[in-house]
Write a new protein. Structure first.
Length: 170
């Protein structure tokens, strides 16, 4: 996460010129990043709400406030205000949400099933929201059920399928 924050800069200070998009590795004019440069500050009552719901949870466990940007990525399932809000410290005791672009950098998924396909493998992950992810890996990684993996989409190579029909979109 810290790499993304360094490259994209602060949401209130749009950079001039081109930047290398940390999601896809391509050069983009910073003026095209509408999903990065927008209002994301949290007001005091929002911060208090987050401080109440994030630190302890009966089965999910501890989540720090502010979020630790040097820890491995976790899936950001919300940009609205709740326990899953990625709260970033801007200066002492001031916080903001992650922007849309920052939130989509990488996500961490828990493996539910590993299917070995000879020299390759398929990793199956199901989010609590019901979204299913199938990740094809070349080679055998040694991943086991319950392991967490960080994933991001390579924009030139996604294979998108309908969850209802199973047919490929692209």
């Amino acid at each position: 996460m810290s790499e993304v924050l360094d490259v994209l800069g602060k949401p209130h200070q749009q950079q001039a010129g081109e930047i290398e998009d940390p999601n896809y590795g391509c050069q983009l004019d910073s003026s095209a990043l509408a999903d990065q440069y927008h209002e994301v500050d949290l007001v005091d009552r929002e911060v208090e709400s987050i401080r109440t719901v994030k630190p302890k949870h009966p089965y999910i466990g501890y989540m720090p406030v502010p979020d630790e940007i040097h820890w491995p990525a976790r899936t950001v399932v919300a940009t609205q205000l709740n326990r899953e809000t990625l709260a970033l410290e801007t200066k002492k005791c001031r916080f903001r949400r992650a922007t849309v672009r920052e939130s989509t950098f990488k996500m961490s998924l828990q493996i539910d099933l590993v299917e070995e396909l000879g020299s390759d493998e398929l990793l199956y992950c199901v989010r609590t929201s019901g979204l299913e992810y199938r990740i094809h890996r070349l080679g055998v990684s040694g991943h086991k059920v319950g392991d967490s993996i960080a994933v991001s989409v390579i924009s030139e190579k996604p294979h998108l399928y309908s969850s209802q029909s199973g047919k490929r979109f692209n």
